[in-house]
Design a protein around this ligand. Structure first.
Ligand SMILES: [Zn+2]
Length: 90
């Protein structure tokens, strides 16, 4: 079933970017846990029979650097949200 994202997920996608890994069909984030010396453990939100490809749009930067920049973006968004509530610039 294509595009199962909810409003929040769509918003995050637009504001922050796609998740590190997601299913090419339902567009939901897929959790990938690396297993030393083995196949990575894949936990998809859709049923396993979905069998669609897993997209890793930021695989090239997902180690270290990508994580940090994502955190920075979240901090900026949070600061903006707080500023909007208090009326002050954080
Ligand atoms: Zn899926």
């Amino acid at each position: 079933m294509p595009d199962q994202r909810n409003e929040l997920q769509r918003w995050l996608w637009t504001e922050i970017g796609p998740p590190l890994y997601y299913c090419s069909d339902c567009m939901l984030a897929v959790k990938v846990t690396s297993v030393p010396g083995g196949e990575p453990l894949i936990q998809r939100p859709c049923n396993a029979a979905c069998g669609h490809q897993i997209i890793a749009p930021r695989s090239a930067i997902c180690v270290g650097k990508g994580g940090a920049s994502l955190r920075t973006k979240l901090q900026i968004l949070w600061a903006k949200a707080k500023a909007a509530v208090t009326g002050r610039d954080a």
